[in-house]
Write a protein that binds this ligand. Sequence first.
Ligand SMILES: *[C@@H]1O[C@H](CO)[C@@H](O)[C@H](O)[C@H]1NC(C)=O
Ligand SMILES: *[C@@H]1O[C@H](CO)[C@@H](O)[C@H](O)[C@H]1NC(C)=O
Length: 468
Amino acid sequence: MRMRNKYRKPTTLLGYAGSRCSVSVVVWSLVGCLLLLHLYSLVHQKDGEGGVLQMRMNHHPLFRELEEVEEENIQIPPPRGKRSPRAAKRRPKRTTTLIDEFLDESSQLRHIFFPDQKTAVDPMKDAGNDSFCYFPGRIWLDTDGNPIQAHGGGILYDERSSTYYWYGEYKDGPTYHAHKKGAARVDIIGVGCYSSKDLWTWKNEGIVLAAEEEDETHDLHKSNVLERPKVIYNEETHKYVMWMHIDDTNYTKASVGVAVSDSPTGPFNYLYSKRPHGFDSRDMAIFKDDDGVAYLIYSSEDNSELHIGPLTQDYLDVTRVMRRILVGEHREAPALFKYQGTYYMITSGCTGWAPNEALAHAAESILGPWETMGNPCIGGNKVFRLTTFFAQSTFVLPLSGLSGSFIFMADRWNPADLRDSRYVWLPLTVGGAADQPLEYNFGFPLWSRVSIYWHKRWRLPYRWSEKK
Ligand SMILES: *[C@@H]1O[C@H](CO)[C@@H](O)[C@H](O)[C@H]1NC(C)=O
Ligand SMILES: *[C@@H]1O[C@H](CO)[C@@H](O)[C@H](O)[C@H]1NC(C)=O
């Protein structure tokens, strides 16, 4: 609903209001009416096709218990004589002690951030009360009993097979530094794919796009970088199209790669890489809108801004249309979603493998302008909220049965051993007024708040997929 835009007009009317009393009375009553209408539009939102009125702030009641604020009280142990050399070099500030503990491989708190194998989530074992529970940060096993390898991933819901497919970086190899100044890396192995009906039990479908072992000039040569693969389905060509960040060891290639398959489980046929619209492109994502138009969004100009533009109808290339958004804000790891006609996005800051503060953004039109609302994280403690729960956004999954409810998917990177990076999945809801809006119209916030709730242990509501 575009009611909100209409309120910009009275601002100019107010300029005349002082000159003549009768005009001013008319104008003010008009403003009053509009304010009432505005309030109404905040509370009631017209449902796009059906024309059904529903509460704007009201997402599914089944999700409500997940919106309880859960605090974390972690005692930081007194400093010890010995820290790992890497942690010692950084000279932590007092306020970032918990972050420093997180980055310190030999921290006494290591088990909090990277719980060991004993606590692994194993869907094949009778988990009793913990069945279907997500434990952000714990090792998560697939149906073969191996840790899931789908980092920087995204999920495709395949309507034809009523199955979720989770694609991500398969990083089950040694972490090393290509040279002294190089970031920690794992050679390309490929894109892992896992399938599930319940979003908890994941079957390994294998590597659906594999590294190139021999040809050093190939984009997928193992010495290169393949990050953040995302797959969408094209209704017209009936193809599954994968987009990914393609780079060289030193991140100078800064390109996107495209691959295509007839089946969600591959094998994907790698087509090419390019710099979209002629610009450097690092962290990226793909978003498919309700009308079937898909968009590429990527960090560009050395990660200082994001670019967004529609793909061609077959999803195999970008078009010439591109908009610069969040210019100068230095954001990466974009994760887009849509709710009641408004576009939302979660991004992270740019601090390499170290966690930082997430921000939520919103836009009426996907091409912008985009506005920054603030930090969506709720619960945990201050450091949890300032580090996106020690993780970085990668995807936001809509839950088809639960309107306004989403799963926020993030990566808790372990730069010392990247294959052991963990997944942080948390409930995300849209509703209520944003608490740090940049723009107000007559005192009314323009955007709904995006909230990501911390939970040590949580699960989706019972039989959530059947609730429509
Ligand atoms: C499951 O939860 C119930 C009720 O909260 C509790 O009584 C029971 O001991 C729990 N069972 C296990 C295996 O944890
Ligand atoms: C990456 O950078 C390092 C150091 O600047 C250099 O020695 C190396 O040759 C570069 N590698 C590639 C593949 O460009």
